[in-house]
Each structure stands twice: as C-alpha cells, then as structure tokens.
Design a protein around this ligand. Structure first.
Ligand code: ASP
Ligand code: MG
Length: 417
C-alpha cells in the first residue's frame, strides 16, 4: 500500500465549504487505496488574527504564550476535517503536534524539529484510518507547545513524510505549482514542471513563499519526493527533484524577492581577528537571522560591516548592534529598513559565466542602484531600495527569457566574460 502525506494550506481550508472540498479529495485518494496522513494549516488569516489579538494585550507578549495561542488555529482545522471525513464514512483521527510527538527544541516561534515518534500514526494507518495532523506545531522536551515559524506546516508535512518514509509528500496550495517568479508582479511568469531541491532551497530562502525553507531542507536531507500542486484544480504541479542534470537545466530557473528586508552597517570597527565573531555571535545568540554580509576594509586599520536582517527583526538587531558597537569602540551604527532583496537562481549558473554581468547591466539600464550583492554557486542576490522591486523583477524576468520555455540555444546564448 502506498503511503502519502498531503498538506493543505490556509486558503485550501479557509472555510467549511473548502474543508468539505479537501475531504472529497482525501476521500478519493483513500478510496484509491492510498494510506494517508493529512497535515493542515490554520484557516487563512487565522494565525494573523491571533497574533493581532495578542498584540492588543501586549506587543511584547512572551513567545511561550504566543505559541500556546497561535497553535490553536491548526487544532480547529484538523478537527473539522476529521469530522468531514467521518461524515463520508472514512475512519479518521486528528492529532496535535504534541500528540504525534513532534519533538522540537525550545526556541519558541521558530522551533526546529528534532524527532518524530511516528508509532502512533503507523498504528492508525495500519487500521485503515486517515490520520490528520496539525501543522506548524510541536512540543519541546518539557511539554511546552512550540511552533515552527510562519509557513511551518510545510515543514511538518515533509518531516512526517520523512519519518514515515512516505512515497510522496504533496503540498496542496492556492497556486498550481512553483513559478519562475511571482505572477502578481510578472503576469508572464511560467509554472515550472520541475526544479531541483537546491534551486528550490535558494528560491525559498530568498523569499519565494510557496514553501517554507525548512521544509525544502528536510526534503533534501531525507530525499523526500515533494510536489507542489493546486487544491483548486487538477494538474501535475511542480516536482522538486533530487537528481540534477546540468545539461537540461536552464541558465536561470527563477527569481525570488523579499520586500521585508533591512540593512545595518557598523562603521569603524578595529580590523583584527575575532571582530566578526564578536559582532555576529551575539546576534546569532539572539536568534536573529542574518543574511548578506559585506565587509570593507578601510586604509586606517578599521573595517565597516554591512548585513541584512528581516525587517521585523530590524529594531531588535539595531539595538543589539549599538550595544556591540559600544563594546568594540566602533564609530557608528547606521541602518535602513526600506530594503528589498532580489535573487536569480539556477543550477545552470555553475557552468556558465556572464550571468552576474547580465544581471547588473539589466538593472543599470533601468537606473536601479544596487546596494548589496551576494552570490552562491547557483544564486546571485542583490539588495535595492524597495521602491525598485517590481521594476527590477520584471526587467530581470525579461532579460533572462523566463517567460519562454528554456532551450539549449539560450544556454549557449549566455555571454561569456
Ligand atoms: N498557520 C501558520 C501560518 O500562518 C502555519 C502555516 O500556515 O503553515 O504561518
Ligand atoms: Mg504556506
């Protein structure tokens, strides 16, 4: 018997009507003889609503209580789906993250999964039941409820699939797959039939919202076959593949962006061993996610360091950096929270040069100033003022011919340095 994990996102379970529609889909797979674990998000808008309630009481509410609060959204949808399945004559059972024993660390609001005890789920499956699991949540070793970060239900699904060695993990969402870029910005954006795990990882971590980054990491690490599909229409979706054949890969597979970025610069830090660790150690201890880091050495024996953080974490990061600057005798700390990040991603970059040059000349032609640059083997990302975001994404999508199907000619057409 084939074991499959299906995950339905917030829009797909956004109303009783839609939950009934999910039940129909699940019932159909069940009748085909598949063993099913279904992971659900909260109804769309619910997690935000809960966060807003907490903010009315205390914007600095403790993260432990925030997790107790926001994890309730998923408990509602799993119970409703289990009822909808039972109404259709299917034996179903819903479980919270704690009940399934999704064990996490204790970093509230962005906990990491350490282990899953799938024994209980297995027993239910053997008895022909559909198991419905609350996404986004887990429990730490002391029994505290934790959550896995926004969009964390994807990670629950992939982790369940890994723990159960499922045949496939299907992520049902409100779009029919992974696109070359956000169709709301570029209407010509195209659905990709397949994309490699590495590319998906870069796209997700650079801002593509379709999958939580952690879920892609899990899929890569445990080689979980992953597919993104629409819950509203039938179609093949996008397969996240583990095999890489550079030959068949387009130069660029996709463009991701993130509007919610900020940058911080610490100026006039003594240029000596240990300084970077004195700066980034405390930031990391505070669980702040630092991205692009740029260091510039001046001639006077000091150095400037610039890095980006998520806009939401900007005030906290800035406060901490000011303290660090005091300890290091640095000259000043400056920041800007109107940054946007854009990344072009493609495994084809590995074997072709000239990609960065093409990216920069495209932006120059539009008069867009690049504030930061960082690269990996298969990604080039830049920071620009957020007012240029749409323009930049459109121009790059066009420059790299992403609206058309990738062809061998295009690979050859890339200019060499
Ligand atoms: N409900 C959570 C959120 O809105 C988790 C998820 O939907 O994946 O972020
Ligand atoms: Mg999501």
């Amino acid at each position: 018997m084939v074991l499959v994990v299906e995950k339905y996102g917030g829009t797909s379970v956004g109303s009783v009507e839609r939950i009934n529609a999910v039940a129909e889909r699940v019932a159909a797979s069940h009748q085909k003889g598949e063993r099913l674990v279904v992971v659900l998000s909260a109804m769309s808008g619910e997690t935000n609503r809960l966060i807003a309630l907490a903010n009315e009481i205390d914007p600095q509410a403790s993260s432990r209580e925030m997790d107790v609060l926001v994890s309730t959204g998923e408990q509602v949808t799993i119970a409703l789906l289990a009822m909808a399945l039972q109404k259709r004559g299917i034996e179903a059972r819903s479980y919270t993250g704690g009940q399934v024993q999704i064990l996490t660390d204790s970093v509230h609001s962005k906990a990491r999964i350490l282990d899953i005890d799938a024994a209980r789920v297995r027993k239910d499956l053997e008895q022909g039941r559909v198991v419905v699991v609350a996404g986004f949540q887990g429990v730490d070793k002391d029994g505290n409820i934790t959550t896995l970060g926004r969009g964390g239900s994807d990670t629950t699904a992939v982790a369940m699939a890994a723990a159960l060695q499922a045949e496939e993990c299907r992520i049902f969402t409100d779009v029919d797959g992974v696109y070359t870029t956000d169709p709301r910005i570029v209407p010509e954006a195209r659905r990709l039939d397949r994309i490699t795990v590495e590319e998906m990882l870069e796209l997700a971590s650079q801002g593509a919202k379709v999958l939580q980054t952690r879920s892609v990491e899990f899929a890569g690490k445990y080689r979980v076959p992953l597919r993104v599909l629409s819950s509203f229409e039938d179609g093949p979706g996008t397969l996240i593949t583990h095999e890489v054949s550079d030959m068949e890969q387009p130069l660029i597979s996709g463009i991701a962006y993130n509007r919610d970025e900020a940058k911080l610069t610490i100026r006039g830090v003594p240029d000596q061993p240990g300084v970077a660790s004195q700066i980034f150690g405390p930031l990391s201890d505070a669980h702040l996610n630092i991205d692009m880091i740029i260091q510039n050495v001046a001639q006077d024996g000091t150095t400037d360091l610039t890095f980006t953080v998520n806009r939401g974490e900007y005030p906290q990061a800035k406060k901490l950096l000011v303290e660090i600057a005091g300890q290091l005798n640095a000259r000043e700390v400056v920041g800007d929270d109107t940054l946007a990040k854009i990344a072009i991603v493609g495994v084809g970059m590995r074997s072709h040069s000239g990609v960065a040059a093409k990216m920069f000349s495209t932006l120059a032609a539009e008069g867009i100033n690049i504030e930061l640059i960082s690269t990996s083997e298969i990604k080039i990302s830049i920071g620009v003022n957020d007012k240029y975001l749409e323009l930049a994404v459109r121009a790059l999508h066009k420059a790299f011919d992403l609206q058309e199907k990738a062809t061998e000619e295009r690979l050859e057409g890339a200019k060499d340095d």
